[in-house]
Design a protein around this ligand. Sequence first.
Ligand SMILES: [Zn+2]
Length: 333
Amino acid sequence: MDQTVRGDGSAPACFICGGQQFERLLSVRIPRDPDREHWIERCQSCDAVRSRPLLSDEELGALYTTQYYGPPKRRSVTLIEKLRVMAMRNRARMLTRIARAHLPASSGRPRVLDIGCGRGNLLVGLNQEGWDCWGLERPEFVDPSATAYKLLLSPQEVEALEDGSFDLVVMWHSLEHMSDPAATVALATRLLKPGGLLTIAVPNFDSTQRRWFGRHWFAMSVPVHRQHLSRRPLERLLTPHYDVLRFSTMALEQGTFIFAHSVVNALTDSHEPNPLYERLSLRQPGSAGMLSLVLQGVALLAALPVGFVESLVSGWLDRGTVLTLVAQKRRES
Ligand SMILES: [Zn+2]
């Protein structure tokens, strides 16, 4: 399966280091796109992994006709959505504590930009913590009734933002969706004040779970995830302008969830999303029968405690499923 693909001008250079040599890791079957081969490949210079072919927003939109975030207002069944909102509020409080410890003193409300803010749960929490909140998202994914933050919906609106006008930039599970992650980080660098903070969360391609589950790893999400990052390429991306203050792969809640759905993916030989996830997310009901869904539910519940322990241990070993970091823009940058 492994093979080296030599840069011959037909493939774009590595988005992170400009490298031309790629190793193909695995191919993935996409039921929605049966006529085309999808694969992931690793840059031999910097370890960054990316999906190929790299689909445009329009191509992805055509494949995923239901909204990626589920129906408006209700992203998932109510209890799960409530837990998600609670987790985001906790995250907002934690980010505020980190910011107070590291941001240079300034008068007025600190300003935050969430790149890929989705339905804005994190921004609602940050707004309650006293932040002046801004969110960047594609128009089809946003909550248009949001009042806790200002929405930026077009590249023109982003270009109009002043250099050095933000204290904090958040990329919470958004960098893996970008076609050019270096350009997204460069945007954050332009918008951050000197000494400002950048926080990133991405699925960790170096994780134990990814090694165990391979193509069934729930967080792989080819082709929706265009990038598959790990510590080394991320640090390469940040080193020119940032000092990394915190780095962790301890993510108990997300790690447990991803583990359990990876088990269901493996049992049903599906790629994300599996039929049960589709049903729980109130996306398209799909064609799975009720008995099959019940069995998948039993497997999911049985896998949760195992996933919790796995997430705890691999988090300790820096092999956890989600990589989060906080970096500070150098004052001379
Ligand atoms: Zn590279």
